[in-house]
Design a binder for this molecule. Sequence first.
Ligand SMILES: Nc1ncnc2c1ncn2[C@@H]1O[C@H](COP(=O)(O)OP(=O)(O)O)[C@@H](O)[C@H]1O
Ligand SMILES: [Mg+2]
Length: 481
Amino acid sequence: MVSIVKSSDITKPLRISDELDLDLNDTVGKFIAVLGIRGSGKTNTAAVILEELLNYNFPLTIVDIDGEYWGLKEKYEILVVGKSENVDIEIGIQHAEKIAEISLTKNVPIILDVSGYAYDEAHKLLLLYFRRLWDLAGKFRKPYEIVIEEAHEFIPQGMSDELKRILVKIALRGRKRGLGAIILSQRSAKVEKDVLTQAEILFLHKVVHPSDLKVYKDMLPVAPKNVSEIINALSTGECVLYCGEVCTTIHVRIRKTFHAGYTPALGEIEIPRLKSISEEILNLVRNYTNIETPPLDPQNSLAELESLKEIIEEKNRTIRQLSKDLHELKLEQANQANSTRDSLPSGSIRCRSVVSEQNYDKNGFEEELPLEIIKHIELILKRINCLSRPEREMFRFLLIKDQKEYSYKQISNWIKYSVKTLHTHSLKNLVEIGLVNRRRKKDGYYFCSNFDKFVEKEFGSDNVETELMQNIKSHLKSKII
Ligand SMILES: Nc1ncnc2c1ncn2[C@@H]1O[C@H](COP(=O)(O)OP(=O)(O)O)[C@@H](O)[C@H]1O
Ligand SMILES: [Mg+2]
């Protein structure tokens, strides 16, 4: 058995795989990164670490974006709050700070299921939650773990906002306050590099995108050529574990508790009996969240005001940046018009080479898109990001399936949300935006993607050359899928 410390030194083993135990004391307060493509086994790996921590009644918060962690309740007492069909208690933004306080002071493991909130709502709730947690951890200084799925959404490369700053603070400077962080991402290259490279324990599952492989090459003390070979050979559940002293390939054990985010296969899945958190804690949280308007606490209001000011400042920064881009764009267009007026067919937009890492599509082709189109695509992506997660997942599914029609039930068989959740979120917003078409049949509504027509309408098919339109579609599609 390979251990990070000698077996004899292990006092509280965390059983990660048949070949490896970590030691609790060497793991807590550390910054851990679990990376790899979708389906490579990241959530399972995080759940295994969490099961082991929960065996020692370790308090923690899991930010669950896809409703994948509630299965931990099969064995452990965890409170699931947030907004989705799996929560014990639904909470709003105004409750975030209090829940953080209850979790840290009363040692309550929490799953924050944010799958049902719109993007901005989830962001705000998490900001208030983690800011409170950070402040309280400074006072109480006790071991506590936070887990962030889809870290590239919260700690993105190159961009900064208040939520990112507080999460980075927890990951990099949390140890003194007892805070440890586990972050997961399927796009290593899109997580802030300066942060990721400081992770102390790495679980590197399979990646294929060259830019993600490059991140691995930068982090591992192994010749780059060998990194490609080792990573390419990994199968589901296997990863390279790196923690400074040890760099080895392991097969992480499968989690013992129910995996709600399982890859759908044929046959019914039986949902296990779940444990419930103590009545005392439930009542405490219920009493608090039942109060329609939270008591006016000047501290809370001040914090709220500060957070709103930060959001406004952030938006102002974006506006300034966009205005600058627009100005440059206009200058560029004017220059282009001067230099190419004679050679262009009237009314057509000419392709200009704007090649960036972002334009690298899954097939390895680098698209060339004019800057104004890239900006337009970003705006569309922002609109899609404002939808709730189940809506985005439904759209992703329909997009992959191209023009075929599906009912709620059929969609639910493919993605991990129940028919009830899909009904709750419905596809109304997607239909209104024009991304999805709805048709009523005898047995209910059927939906199909209207992506092509949507893009043609947005970019005006009369003004854009066919080849460019094709590029726009593939680029936008690759960003969504
Ligand atoms: N260590 C493992 N051993 C065997 N199968 C695994 C392992 N980890 C994950 N799987 C299987 O792979 C699928 C995807 O795993 P998941 O952890 O959800 O991946 P990810 O979070 O990277 O998308 C699951 O259905 C799971 O059963
Ligand atoms: Mg996952």
